[in-house]
Ligand binder design. Structure first.
Ligand code: NDP
Length: 324
């Protein structure tokens, strides 16, 4: 990015990832990731405009005149929400992404980094997954609407570059967790849902029971680590093709390790067990972070237990007024 004034617009600025970027911008002293002189950061919420609406999206670009965009806003939901409304997830996200990229081109935005997700990869694949495999086969059936809309961002990025020379790219994070997550007991991702469940077990003196065997493996990235990598991508990543943002393959953790860490961080001393009559999800979905580490070899991920303890602490301090 140039040393002259930059206006960086973060769509979805009130969500899990947006709040983490805001935190890093205000708290990180290392200028590789923290705020630099001449930068103005704008964190958007949906209250400022519905990005599925073309006029409201254009008005946001007219108001802020961004030079750079980190595009996070999306209709995001759990398994059942997606299964019940694949068309809504497809259309809303297609509209949001089209409006953001179209206006970015019209207003001469120098760079856009959009957010994809590892769930967009083909359902039937070899492991580890890497960036070249995005379009290799159909995504999982449960959320094909969401997945296809996200895949189209990569198609649009390529076409905007080929036709107009735009510098629009994307990143692919693995499972994210951290402060400001959605801690709903059902409609949430695994870590925030389990934190809430363990908290209630502690409050009510009831057992903490995890569904399944606890054996499946996942790569979790702390939202504040992801935030640093988003900022680094905006400043340094030079390709149009996507970049996976993930911890290394060897830092995959089992769901049992997640449960153990939550119990420890919560200080839960009650009965803790696994209901093995409940189905496990896919055993593993390992993604490769080799491309990232070749480009940013010094990056240090926060140890899982430290990140989880910070998240549990944040949950306990904010439990009365958070998404749950
Ligand atoms: P959240 O659900 O926490 O936040 C979503 C954000 O999008 C909110 O700021 C919300 O605004 C905004 N938003 C949603 N719909 C609209 C709309 N129609 N107009 C304007 N703003 C809208 O999401 P995350 O932070 O978890 O996700 C950010 C990105 O990361 C998404 O693109 C998601 O697909 C991707 N991702 C997330 C992963 C995860 O594990 N969480 C994993 C991989 C990718 P408001 O708060 O005002 O409603």
């Amino acid at each position: 990015m140039s040393p002259t004034k930059s206006v960086i617009l973060v769509t979805g600025g009130t969500g899990l990832v947006g709040k983490a970027i805001e935190w890093v911008i205000h708290n990180e002293s290392d200028k590789k990731y923290g705020k630099r002189e001449g930068e103005e950061w704008i964190f958007l919420s949906s209250k400022e405009g519905d990005l599925t609406d073309p006029a409201q999206t254009k008005a946001i670009f007219e108001k802020y005149k961004p030079t750079h965009v980190i595009h996070l806003a999306a209709k995001v939901g759990g398994l059942f929400g997606n299964m019940a409304a694949n068309l809504d997830y497809f259309r809303d996200n297609l509209l949001i992404n089209d409006h953001i990229l179209h206006n970015s081109k019209e207003f001469g935005v120098k760079k856009v980094v959009s957010c994809l997700s590892t769930c967009i990869f083909p359902d039937k694949t070899t492991y580890p997954i890497d960036e070249t495999m995005v379009h290799n086969g159909p995504p999982h059936d449960s959320n094909y609407g969401y997945s296809h809309s996200k895949r189209m961002v990569d198609v649009m990025n390529r076409a905007y570059h080929d036709q107009f020379g735009c510098n629009f790219t994307s990143v692919i994070p693995t499972n994210v967790f951290g402060p400001h997550d959605n801690f709903h007991l059902v409609n949430s991702h695994v870590i925030p849902g389990l934190i809430h469940k363990c908290y209630l077990a502690q409050q009510n003196g009831t057992p903490f029971v995890m569904a399944g065997t606890g054996r499946p493996l996942r790569q979790f990235i702390y939202s504040r680590d992801l935030a640093k990598l988003f900022i680094w991508t905006l400043r340094e990543y030079q390709e149009i093709t996507p970049l996976i943002l993930s911890v290394p393959e060897e830092e995959e953790v089992s769901i049992k390790q997640v449960g153990d860490s939550i119990v420890k961080a919560m200080g839960f001393t009650g009965d803790y067990s696994f209901d093995t009559t409940k189905a496990d999800g896919q055993y593993k979905k390992t993604a490769s972070n080799k491309k990232l580490m070749a480009l940013n070899p010094d990056f240090k991920f926060t140890p899982f237990d430290v990140a989880l303890t910070e998240t549990v602490q944040w949950f306990k301090e904010n439990v009365d007024h958070i998404r749950k």
